[in-house]
Design a binder for this molecule. Structure first.
Ligand code: 6PG
Length: 236
């Protein structure tokens, strides 16, 4: 499907553009399916987007929130992606608690990855082995071209028969969507800002480069792929 790359002059304009696109896609999904399944990215870039979403007036009861990855820390830990999104957005709007589907980090990473996979299967009413299509998956990209918790030269990149797997960042455990699950999405939106992402982005956009070294190259959704960048992140 269509790949779109948009470059905005600065971070504020980038967040504004991403907000418009995400709101339009949420409203579109609800209009056509009666609900929207939205997958959040972690890290620092999307915080301003989540704060802007908290000011919107959307049918929150029809929005279902998942996370594309999570650090294996308690939900109240400063590094928790769930904690960031709740503080920036979800605690500020009237979204039913049962619509929020955080990645569990309470036993061990393998068991919790399997538990999250079951939660997704139940939400979509699918059998093991089937891959659902999330309406919108938000992704960030690290300066090493990782996305979600799919880090260069890690085993998680090879997992093709699961929805959720265990990732690793320098030995620190993560739980992450797999590449095939991300690639089933109706829309994937990368939100990338900052000069420190420029070199990695050049490799991701290059005609040839190794996807094991630059994992974001493997994100080729059946649906739409959007790259929203600020000028600083744009490859020269
Ligand atoms: C995470 C994210 C990760 C993030 C990139 C970019 O858990 O850290 O899901 O994939 O999107 O590392 O992070 P920044 O936005 O902080 O640069």
């Amino acid at each position: 499907m269509a790949n779109t790359v948009e470059v905005l002059p600065d971070k504020a304009k980038l967040i504004e553009r991403c907000l418009d696109l995400v709101v339009a896609k949420i409203e579109g999904a609800i209009a056509s399916e009666g609900r929207c399944s939205l997958v959040l990215s972690g890290g620092s870039t999307p915080k301003a987007l989540y704060e802007a979403l908290a000011l919107q007036n959307l049918p929150w009861d029809k929005l279902h929130i998942f996370w594309g990855d999570e650090r294996y820390v308690p939900a109240d830990h400063p590094d928790s992606n769930q904690r960031m999104a709740r503080q920036a957005w979800l605690d500020r709007v009237d979204i039913p608690a049962e619509n929020i589907h955080p990645i569990p980090t309470t036993s061990d990473e393998t068991a919790d990855a399997q538990k999250y996979e079951r939660e997704i299967q139940e939400f979509f009413g699918i059998a093991p082995g089937e891959f659902p299509s999330f309406d919108i998956i938000l992704l960030g990209m690290g300066d090493d071209a990782h996305t979600a918790s799919l880090f260069p030269h890690t085993e998680a990149l090879q997992v093709k028969d699961k929805l959720i797997t265990v990732g690793s960042k320098d030995g620190e455990p993560r739980i992450t969507f797999t590449i095939p699950l991300i690639n089933r999405a109706k829309s994937v939106i990368f939100l990338v800002a900052g000069q420190n992402k420029q070199a990695a982005l050049a490799q991701v956009f290059a005609p040839e480069a190794d996807p094991i070294t630059y994992p974001s190259r493997s994100i080729e959704p059946v649906g739409e792929l959007w790259w929203l960048l600020d000028e600083a992140a744009k490859p020269v």
